[in-house]
Ligand binder design. Structure first.
Ligand code: 0O2
Length: 221
């Protein structure tokens, strides 16, 4: 590959990455609207925080090499679906599915794939709901459908995943087996905690609803 080709590829890459940045901005706006609307309808905020990130060009190229894909912009578009990533951390498991349904029902979002690692956790214990979606991005000379990976999880799932991620890299991607077992045990405990919190949350909602139903008559009294 010549210097000129490399320079052109770099320029193409910069322009290409811009579309992903815009797609992330678009998704963040959508999520922010959903969050405010949800808060208005259900009277609580289901989203603890969101974090958007663009995959580094170096990581994209590493993925191409690792998976033995061709080196071209088209190949990246087709094969690397997590260049734009957004992580939504929710309070409760049920919020995850509510947010996912709200996103899925948006007219301009096309859902390409749903990976439910909550229903079926990964063997190491990893839990999260992943949606691979396409959103339209309008630029000066064209409209592009851009892929975004949306990861939706609870605080407990996020806590586990961030520690596991650190350990994974600390041990150069081969975690010692006793730690793998400990991590799996921690994942089960955090999942039990999530279910407990969900029960409490439902209980509180029930009490709140009963109180609200009682309120009008108490005013009349
Ligand atoms: P980073 O640094 O977060 O970007 P593929 O994406 O095709 O390589 P796969 O398995 O089909 O692989 O995708 P999947 O399962 O949807 O996982 C993609 C992303 O989910 C990962 O991105 C992680 O962010 C997260 N993830 C998946 N499995 C695990 C896990 O076991 N532990 C943790 N901590 N995170 C996980 P990247 O690119 O690997 O990493």
């Amino acid at each position: 590959i010549s210097f000129e080709q490399l320079k052109n590829f770099r320029e193409d890459m910069t322009r290409f990455m811009m579309a992903y940045k815009f797609a992330l901005d678009e998704m963040e706006t959508k999520i922010n609207i959903l969050k405010q609307e949800f808060e208005y309808i259900h009277e609580y905020n289901p989203i603890e925080h969101t974090k958007a990130r663009l995959k580094e060009p170096e990581s994209i190229l590493k993925k191409l090499v690792r998976k033995n894909y061709r080196f071209s912009i088209d190949s990246i578009k087709e094969n690397v679906q997590d260049i734009a990533g957004i992580r939504i951390t929710c309070s409760f498991i049920s919020d995850i599915y509510k947010i996912a349904d709200m996103l899925k029902s948006q007219k301009d979002i096309e859902v390409l794939e749903v990976k439910d690692y909550i229903q079926t956790p990964k063997p190491n214990g990893y839990q999260s709901l992943h949606l691979i979606v396409k959103v339209p991005v309008f630029m000066s000379d064209r409209e592009e459908l851009v892929c975004v990976e949306v990861q939706i999880r609870t605080i407990a799932m996020d806590f586990w995943a961030s520690l596991e991620h650190k350990i994974y890299y600390k041990f150069n991607k081969t975690i010692p087996s006793h730690l793998t077992n400990e991590l799996k045990e921690a994942a089960l405990k955090s999942s039990a905690l999530d279910r407990k919190m969900e029960e409490i949350h439902k209980e509180v909602s029930k009490i709140k609803n009963v109180d609200q139903e009682a309120e009008p008559s108490s005013i009349l009294d």
